[in-house]
Design a protein around this ligand. Structure first.
Ligand code: CA
Length: 227
């Protein structure tokens, strides 16, 4: 799964340059042009790195950052600021930024920071993701159910990680395609169904069904879910 980057930036020129550049480097990049839509995307989707501008319409970057951290989210945030004053940098870092970059900046400089933050995120998520009797070690990719090792393909693994990050949530096909395949759902492909079927088969060797189908809506992962 490629690294997902959210760019919250209202200046079109900077946003275009950053989004295009990062996509060319193989990142999956989404853009929000104001504070409110940035906040919405930040809190409703999963990101590996966030680029957050300080001065934004609707809701400023520092407020967004503080709220995000208060909610317990540890996703790395690179704070973008036009200011170079020490006190402003300190405020950004105190607010929970992992790093900052002063405008104007060279793309190379931005790329180095984003790479470094995405690596840091890899290290941090080298922990166990678990739900009921299923466990995934995100560093080694070892997956177990009821203590038994599961042999999953890379896509099945990515799909299971995504389900396990949102237990109990209705995950639409569109959302799953975007996250696991980095593609838009064309409405007809059965790729997802095939992978879900195979993942269920492997999971259900060791216990009851965990991936429920909600007809016409998508899937829900977890115990105590009624489809
Ligand atoms: Ca701005």
């Amino acid at each position: 799964m490629s690294v997902r980057v959210l760019v919250v930036e209202d200046e079109t020129e900077i946003a275009d340059f950053v989004v295009r550049g990062l996509r060319e480097e193989g990142f999956t990049v989404e853009h929000a042009a104001d504070g409110l839509s940035g906040w919405h995307r930040l809190t409703t989707e999963t990101w590996d790195v966030v680029l957050l501008d300080w001065w934004l319409p609707e809701l400023d970057g520092l407020t967004i950052l503080q709220r995000y951290r208060k909610g317990g989210n540890r996703t790395p945030v690179l704070f973008l600021t036009a200011r170079d004053a020490v006190s402003d940098r300190v405020r950004g870092l105190d607010g929970g930024a992992d790093d900052y970059l002063c405008k104007p900046f060279a793309f190379e400089e931005l790329l180095a920071r984003v790479r470094s933050l995405s690596r840091r995120q890899d290290g941090r998520t080298g922990t166990l993701l678990s739900h009921a009797d299923v466990q995934i070690d995100l560093a080694t990719h070892r997956t177990e159910r009821a203590g038994k090792k599961l042999e999953l393909t890379a896509k099945e693994q990515a799909l299971l990680v995504f389900f396990m990050r949102y237990p109990g949530d209705v995950l639409t096909r569109t959302r799953i395609y975007e996250h696991v395949w980095d593609e838009r759902y064309d409405g007809v492909s059965n790729t997802l169904e095939v992978h879900v079927k195979e993942l269920r088969r492997k999971l259900e060797v060791h216990g009851p069904r965990l991936i429920q189908t909600l007809r016409g809506r998508g899937y829900v992962f977890g115990t105590n879910v009624t489809g």
